[in-house]
Design a protein around this ligand. Structure first.
Ligand SMILES: CC(C)(COP(=O)(O)OP(=O)(O)OC[C@H]1O[C@@H](n2cnc3c(N)ncnc32)[C@H](O)[C@@H]1OP(=O)(O)O)[C@@H](O)C(=O)NCCC(=O)NCCS
Length: 421
């Protein structure tokens, strides 16, 4: 006789504080990390996740799926921040996959985010094909370079910066004190940047242990302009590697680097490329249009090692999303936004000028028909309407409408999200 057990219904719900250890074990299992969690890491996660919405699925009392979201601010084109639902720690145990658990957790979270009034939801996708079905579109690109230092053409007898500014080492306390203000400046200027709360700084300076191996202190450097203003800082680690012929072959790997002026950017990269013994600089997650290669006398010394989609965005409120950003020109565009989940779809008239925009539901004929995921891809300016029309993803309902929309939406710089979450 076939004695297969009848599957019990799975319990999908918010996680209690007492269940956080089991939930974290499930996260680690999903991300292929050792399942047990050191006590200190669990305690620190409890601190860092205090304001988060932590949910999961339970089978017989054991956590088999995980999901976390939290309040975030995302910078739109032009510098305004919109309230976002940041999504993270998404896993389903390999024993329970493809039974719709992610779909249930995501549907609950997006509905709640919409209800709260978040303009968008965001995440960093582990795999490209997971999130489009939920209305997310890739909205920023990440580029990582590897710099072959001897080829860069810089003077190895570094005595810079040559602009009157200076670079100094800093400790974690100084980074926690100076970093947040610098990041605030960055996020007022760059679309795609998200806010960093105190836990972000605590985790990057050894105060909180949230992920990975035990803390190893990196090097921190701060760039100040000739006026003494902090305009850049970086965190990097180095290895110790020598060739058999006693040649130094060390790498400086940048954990994060923030520069709010081209001078700071130039000074920090030149500094990193002129540290004795360093033969390679790995840049970490940079913007695809970083000035970096062109800051080097020989830009070909910087070769791209990774270029991929990074921040994914799900528009929850079309009107507020389109009104929050700025536009390069004046014009009107009627967008038919298709949203299978019924959260944000409809026909909207965007009336944009460089001085401000309004957006409202309309009954006028549509100029363009597009999926809500493609709207997200266009919203931060990392893609053009013309290309999406060519791909058959955006339908041009009136000849010339794509070109006109691109004239409104185009941006002079590409969006960038420097952070993983
Ligand atoms: C990705 C993951 C969360 C999906 O969970 P799941 O519960 O199996 O997902 P669901 O059953 O709700 O799947 C919903 C749909 O997405 C599809 N899907 C899920 N994961 C997919 C993937 N990696 N690639 C392509 N399609 C995927 C399913 O086939 C299903 O399609 P359907 O609706 O057409 O049938 C899970 O497989 C996992 O934990 N993977 C490892 C960790 C990970 O990548 N997490 C994401 C971090 S950003």
């Amino acid at each position: 006789m076939n004695r297969r057990a009848t599957p019990q219904p799975l319990d999908v719900r918010p996680v209690t504080d007492a269940e956080l250890a089991d939930w974290t074990r499930a996260v680690n299992t999903g991300f292929l990390r050792p399942p047990t969690v050191p006590d200190r890491m669990l305690a620190d996660r409890r601190v860092a996740f205090a304001g988060s919405r932590v949910s999961g699925a339970f089978d017989g009392g054991r956590c088999v799926a995980t999901f976390r979201s939290f309040d975030q601010e995302l910078t739109a084109v032009g510098g305004a921040a919109v309230p976002a639902d940041g999504i993270s720690n998404v896993t389903v145990a390999p024993t329970h996959r493809r039974r719709g658990l992610l779909t249930r957790l995501m549907a609950d979270d997006l509905a709640a985010a919409k209800e709260r009034g978040d303009v968008v939801a965001t995440l960093i996708a582990a795999e490209y094909r997971i999130y489009g079905r939920y209305g997310f579109g890739p909205a920023t690109t990440m580029t990582e370079w590897s710099i072959d230092v001897p080829r860069a053409g810089l003077d190895p007898r570094w005595a810079g910066p040559l602009d009157g500014g200076r670079i100094d080492f800093a400790d974690g306390e100084e980074i926690r004190r100076l970093g947040p203000q610098l990041h605030e400046r960055l996020r007022r200027e760059r679309a795609g940047v998200i806010d960093r709360n105190e836990h972000w700084w605590a985790a990057r300076t050894g105060r909180l242990w949230l992920y990975g191996d035990a803390w190893v202190e990196p090097f921190f450097v701060v760039y100040r302009s000739a006026d003494g203003v902090v305009e850049g800082m970086a965190s990097y680690r180095t290895d110790e590697k020598w060739s058999d012929a006693k040649q130094p072959l060390n790498t400086a790997a940048v954990n994060w680097l923030t520069a709010v002026t081209p001078a700071a950017e130039r000074a920090l990269w030149h500094y990193l490329c002129s540290i004795d013994w360093i033969a390679t600089v790995r840049t970490g997650w940079r913007a695809p249009d970083d000035l970096l290669p062109l800051h080097l006398p020989d830009p070909r010394a910087a070769s791209i090692t990774t270029q991929a989609d990074w921040l994914w965005v799900r528009v929850l409120d079309v009107v507020r999303a389109l009104e929050a950003r700025t536009y390069a020109a004046s014009g009107v565009s009627v967008l038919e936004v298709v949203d299978r989940a019924g959260l944000a779809g409809g026909r909207f008239l965007l009336d944009a000028t460089p001085d401000g925009a309004s957006c409202a539901p309309t009954t006028r004929d549509a100029d363009l028909t597009l999926d809500v995921a493609d709207l997200a891809t266009l919203w931060l300016g990392d893609e053009t309407v013309g290309r999406l029309v060519s791909l058959g993803r955006v339908r041009e309902e009136r000849a010339g409408a794509a070109r006109e929309a691109d004239a409104l939406l185009r941006t002079s710089g590409r969006p960038w999200c420097p952070d993983m979450f």
